[in-house]
Write a protein that binds this ligand. Structure first.
Ligand code: FE2
Length: 429
């Protein structure tokens, strides 16, 4: 007797008509025609069953604060940072907890199973750290949060940031962050990378830095991050977030840089919605897109995961915790339009990001945790095309969120009475 069987599922790799059996929170079997009994049965009706979405880059201490204390008028990254500086002293730990919990509700409803969130450590009271440590504990049964100690104002530029960042790690924050392009000089930026990577190496932690989030082709801190990763033996544990300056770099330099990143095993986390919104703001025309070189990084063998970065905060007024929106934007900006490329964009918001975060037991296979999302779509490409409805979100073998199928009723003479958006794709088998 299983706890749950999901019947007639299509998996992201294209396998169809499979049943997924769950026992004690773990996937026990993935086979065709499982006939055993289960306490609960879900008929996937041939729809896509994927492991949960994973967001490898978010700011949960700022989310849902849009308009407090005012709007970002210029729409730039720098006004967003200034606005966040105005909000920090007037928000309480309880405010941050309440907003973060609301965001986690939304995230679960959209099929998110894990989020890596940066938390600002440039605050002598460490209000964001206190809040998100509490939230991480409160939500652990239904969503995994991984916290990054993020010195937003520069770990060297802000006089107390280093001490506060170390204190945050002592309190239980998981990952070492940084923002080298925001330090006073290129030299300080490189020095910040060195010091922060050494802290991570000493403590056995992962690193995830906001790195070169600008249009400046000479912002080359990713080179230093790759160097320090290799020097300190941190291969596989380090990610560069944003990397937007790579969009503007000289091609010859990039031909040297990407192999250095490969050698160091550094992961890349573009944030398509925010990158296309914030980059190129100082350009007239032609206006640069700003998103890093996703195709080239991927083709070189670097693990690339798309992050959402912001939802309704000082930097971005939109967003709904929908990683399919993120994949949709990343696909367009990166011109990833072949069927293989589009399917890969689904991996960039699921398996790739899970690998970057080091999630254990992730996937739809025997022995994996029974975490999955049933989408109203036939395959990953259609899931992105439709930003598909989440029919069921399953955690530990239990349905924790569900939606009715989105089927419009049509009132046209001589035409069908219903429109199911997931039934329109021509067969590509
Ligand atoms: Fe960010």
């Amino acid at each position: 007797m299983f706890d749950l069987i999901v019947k007639n599922a299509t998996l992201p790799d294209g396998r169809k008509r499979l049943d997924i059996a769950v026992k004690d929170g773990v996937i026990a079997a993935v086979e065709a025609g499982i006939t055993a009994d289960a306490k609960e049965m879900i008929d996937a009706e041939g729809h896509l069953v994927a492991p949960p979405f994973v967001d490898p880059h978010f700011h949960m201490d700022a989310t849902l604060s849009l308009g407090t204390p005012r709007m970002n008028v210029s729409g730039t990254l720098l006004e967003g940072i200034a606005l966040w500086g105005e909000l920090k002293p007037i928000q309480s730990v309880d405010d941050i907890v309440a907003r973060a919990l609301r965001y986690c509700d939304l995230a679960v409803s959209m099929g998110l199973g894990a989020i890596r969130t940066h938390v600002d450590t440039c605050d002598d009271e460490l209000k964001g750290v206190q809040a998100l440590l509490e939230v991480r504990e409160q939500v652990k049964d239904y969503i995994d949060l991984q916290l990054v100690a993020f010195p937003q104002d520069g770990v060297l530029r802000d006089p107390t940031a280093m001490a506060n960042t170390v204190r945050a790690l002592d309190m239980g924050v998981d990952v070492v962050g940084g923002i080298p392009h925001f330090e006073r000089t290129m030299a300080d930026g490189a020095e910040s990378v060195r010091q922060l990577c050494e802290i991570a190496a000493d403590r056995g932690l992962m690193v995830d830095m906001h790195c070169d989030e600008s249009d400046d082709p000479h912002s080359r801190h990713i080179e230093t991050l790759a160097y320090e990763t290799q020097r300190l033996g941190l291969q596989g544990r380090v990610a560069g977030s944003h990397l937007t300056s790579m969009h503007s770099m000289d091609n010859y330099y990039v031909s040297k840089l990407i192999p250095l990143m490969v050698e160091a095993g550094v992961h890349a986390i573009p944030n398509p919605l925010i990158n296309i919104m914030l980059q190129g703001r100082h350009d007239s025309y032609p206006k640069r897109r700003g998103q890093t070189r996703v195709r080239e990084l991927r083709d070189a063998g670097i693990t690339v995961g798309f992050g959402s970065d912001c939802v309704m905060d000082p930097w971005y007024s939109l967003g709904k915790a929908d990683m399919l929106d993120v994949a949709f934007m990343g696909l367009h900006v990166g011109q990833l339009s072949s069927r293989e490329d589009m399917a890969w964009c689904f991996e960039a918001v699921t398996t790739n990001s899970a690998k970057i975060m080091g999630l254990e037991g992730y996937g739809i296979a025997p022995g994996c945790q029974a975490n999955m999302v049933l989408l109203q779509a036939q395959d990953p490409i259609e899931a992105i095309r439709l930003r598909a409805n989440r029919l069921s979100v399953i955690r530990g073998g239990r349905v924790i969120a569900s939606n009715q199928p989105q089927i419009a009723q049509l009132a046209l003479p001589g035409r069908p009475s219903e429109v199911d958006p997931a039934s329109y794709a021509p067969s590509t088998d």
